[in-house]
Ligand binder design. Structure first.
Ligand code: HEM
Length: 446
């Protein structure tokens, strides 16, 4: 891996007085190291260059990356814009709420946010909708004995998010493949030739959008149906300032946000349970005491171990590692003044695993959650961002992760088996555009 970090052992240059991390490749910049070896890249840059440095995101250009603790607060700063998201991946994010600022963003978010709060989730009975799907999948894993864990959790998460949206779940592996091709648009060189990632990503986007357009047409034709797509279509049809293209782009974003990140978190949870038998025992004890998969937010307090497992897994393996932003005005970050127009990268991964926030940050410790007495603060959920764009799915993820953890423990323990790791975890692990373990990692239940 060392050759990805600085292949020719170059010295750094300065740009606006801030060092550029050496070792960028032509065309793809630091992307190979960002994708495959981000923690070491960030640690090495901080050690050798300090808290502010430029990383080269290949086709998306250079972003001033800042590991100073002030940088996380930029996500709440009024003079910081999310429009850079769209610039970096126009085919994927144009028109979506995650790339908007101010009033336009608030309006788009208002259309869906209530459905994702605990009250909205309870009212629409999401927990009852999800529990049988999760239990059935756990039984299938138990019967199969060995599963490729990320492939399975991605399939399960797509099934759940399709249920939430109220759309038929057909050909889920096909959808997952298309979403992976779509994500490649964030890092794809801008070379538009058959077989290359840009062309494949665009074709995947067109395929997904054609399906979504059909779902929207169905929602309009059967207005009495339930599900989030119906609610979004009704909300959009009551206004005249939102086009169908924007509606489709936001549904595409929800499906992406709703499955890739949570699938990775679920897969990491099973991997950690397989690596730490004492965690498994604690989870089983709690699940047997509770006796059933919880279905409402109000019941989650009965499952502190399952909840701590979700928080600690995400802390060590945040699914979203980097957030791009742009400075609209001159900003002070740490000891430096950053000119207006600077493109910024906020490294969530760095803060999530920082010794400034956590004792022994590299260790998996449920105790840091189980023994805390103060309430959860924004910095404890930084893996979901903060400020106006804070993840809309946080309460949903919390519910489904606890449901998943309890269902896994109950099903496997009652069959007399526990998870075992059958592959090398470090091989093939990725950190960007989303972070996840390798697709090939297998878990046995024996
Ligand atoms: C472990 C799971 C998840 C993680 C780690 C995660 C992470 C994040 C982060 C870091 C952001 C902030 C982006 C920014 O500030 O630019 C975000 C935004 C968002 N997430 Fe999630 N997410 C997860 C699950 C979900 C789920 C389940 C959904 C929906 C079903 C979802 C939908 C969204 C949406 C729509 C936004 C954009 C919100 C806005 O721009 O106002 N996410 N997520």
């Amino acid at each position: 891996m060392d050759m990805l970090l600085n292949p020719l052992n170059r010295r750094h240059r300065l740009r606006h007085d801030i060092p550029v991390v050496p070792g960028a490749f032509p065309l793809v910049g630091h992307l190979p190291a960002i994708v495959c070896d981000l923690p070491r890249l960030l640690r090495r840059a901080e050690r050798e260059l300090g808290s502010h440095f430029w990383l080269d995101f290949g086709p998306a250009g250079q972003l001033m990356t800042c590991v100073h603790p002030d940088a996380f607060a930029l996500l709440r700063h009024k003079d910081v814009s999310s429009a850079l998201m769209e610039e970096m991946a126009p085919e994927l994010l144009a028109g979506t709420l995650v790339a908007q600022d101010g009033g336009a963003h608030r309006q788009a978010r208002d259309v869906i946010k209530a459905a994702f709060l605990p009250k909205g989730l309870t009212q629409s009975g999401i927990g009852d909708l999800f529990a049988p799907v999760i239990r059935a999948r756990m039984r299938a894993w138990r019967d199969r004995g060995v599963v490729p864990i990320l492939r399975e959790t991605a399939d399960l998460m797509l099934k759940l998010i399709f249920r939430l949206m109220g759309i038929p779940a057909q050909d889920l592996p096909g959808w997952h493949r298309k979403y992976q091709q779509l994500l490649q648009l964030i890092v794809a060189p801008r070379i538009d030739l058959p077989g290359l990632p840009l062309r494949r990503g665009r074709a995947a986007r067109d395929w997904i959008d054609a399906q979504l357009r059909q779902f929207v047409r169905d929602a309009r034709a059967h207005a009495a149906r339930t599900g989030l797509i119906n609610d979004m279509v009704s909300a959009v049809d009551r206004r005249d300032d939102v086009s169908d293209d924007v509606l489709i782009a936001n549904i595409r974003l929800l499906l992406l946000g709703g499955h890739e990140t949570t699938a990775s978190t679920m897969a990491w949870t099973v991997i950690e349970l397989a690596r730490h038998p004492e965690l498994w025992d604690a989870l089983v004890e709690e699940a047997e005491r509770v006796g059933a998969v919880p279905t409402r937010h109000a019941d989650l307090a009965q499952c502190p171990v399952a909840e701590a497992l979700f928080r600690e897994t995400l802390r060590l393996h945040p699914a979203t590692t980097l957030l791009p932003r742009c400075a609209l005005q001159e900003l002070q970050i740490g000891q430096r003044r950053i000119p207006a127009g600077t493109r910024l990268c906020i490294p969530l991964l760095h803060f999530s695993t920082s010794a400034l926030l956590h004792e022994a940050p590299d260790q998996f410790r449920l105790a840091r959650w189980l023994q805390r007495t103060e309430p959860i603060r924004p910095v404890d959920t930084l893996q979901f961002g903060t400020g106006p764009h804070v993840c809309i799915g946080y309460h949903l993820v919390w519910l489904e992760m606890v449901q998943f953890n309890v269902a896994l423990a109950l099903t496997m323990h009652r069959a007399g088996v526990r998870p075992r790791l059958l592959s090398d975890v470090e091989k093939g692990r990725r950190y960007y555009p989303t972070a996840h373990p390798s697709m090939t990692i297998r878990i046995g239940f024996s």
